[in-house]
Ligand binder design. Structure first.
Ligand SMILES: Cc1cc2nc3c(=O)[nH]c(=O)nc-3n(C[C@H](O)[C@H](O)[C@H](O)COP(=O)(O)O)c2cc1C
Length: 166
């Protein structure tokens, strides 16, 4: 029972769910017992020996479900290894400053949780599909080009590295 690992995610449009599912599969390769669950549905962390959690950025904020998950489960998460990932950039960086600001998003989000000492943290490229946008955001971003900057080799390398350390 104590050998289980939780891969938890928050998502609006599904791209973070796909990344979380991919990471869970990488964790299962050596035969690990891994649950994949939406963060908002997690009631208890009893029985988990480690957690990998991920959520996208929206309007410079880490999705609320991720922040609520950390607050709600602070006590349990303080006692087990936790690895954190985020999805964000959906277009190539315009400058070094742009890159720096984008990567700083996750550091800034984690400042809210000084008790959390992640085994590792990563920011991956995200996916943008204007066809999926809901009103009223579709008015502003509906004409933008679709993109998918998720780098599956990078995500696999990260998952394999974390798998060896938690
Ligand atoms: C309305 C909107 C706002 C976004 N804001 C940000 C942002 O502030 N920072 C960022 O890095 N990415 C931002 N993104 C990109 C998303 O994080 C990216 O599309 C991600 O893959 C979405 O994840 P999901 O499909 O799991 O919901 C935004 C995307 C949309 C549609």
């Amino acid at each position: 029972m104590m050998e289980k690992i939780l891969v938890g995610y928050a998502t609006k449009y599904g791209s973070t769910q796909e990344v979380a599912s991919f990471i869970a599969d990488v964790f299962r390769e050596p035969g690990g017992n891994v649950d994949l669950q939406e963060l908002r549905d997690v009631r208890s962390l009893d029985g988990y020996r480690a957690v990998v959690m991920g959520a996208p950025f929206y309007m410079f904020k880490w999705m609320k479900d991720a922040r609520q998950f950390l607050s709600r489960h602070q006590e349990a998460l303080s006692g087990i290894p936790v690895a954190v990932f985020a999805l964000g950039p959906t277009e190539e960086f315009k400058s070094e400053e742009d890159r720096h600001q984008t990567y700083a998003q996750l550091d800034k989000a984690l400042v809210e949780f000084p008790w959390l000492k992640p085994v590792d943290q990563a920011l991956f490229g995200g996916k943008f599909d204007p066809a999926n946008l809901k009103f009223p955001i579709s008015l502003f971003m509906g004409k933008m080009a679709p993109s998918d900057l998720r780098d599956w080799d990078q995500i696999r390398a990260w998952a394999e590295d974390v798998r060896g350390r938690i």
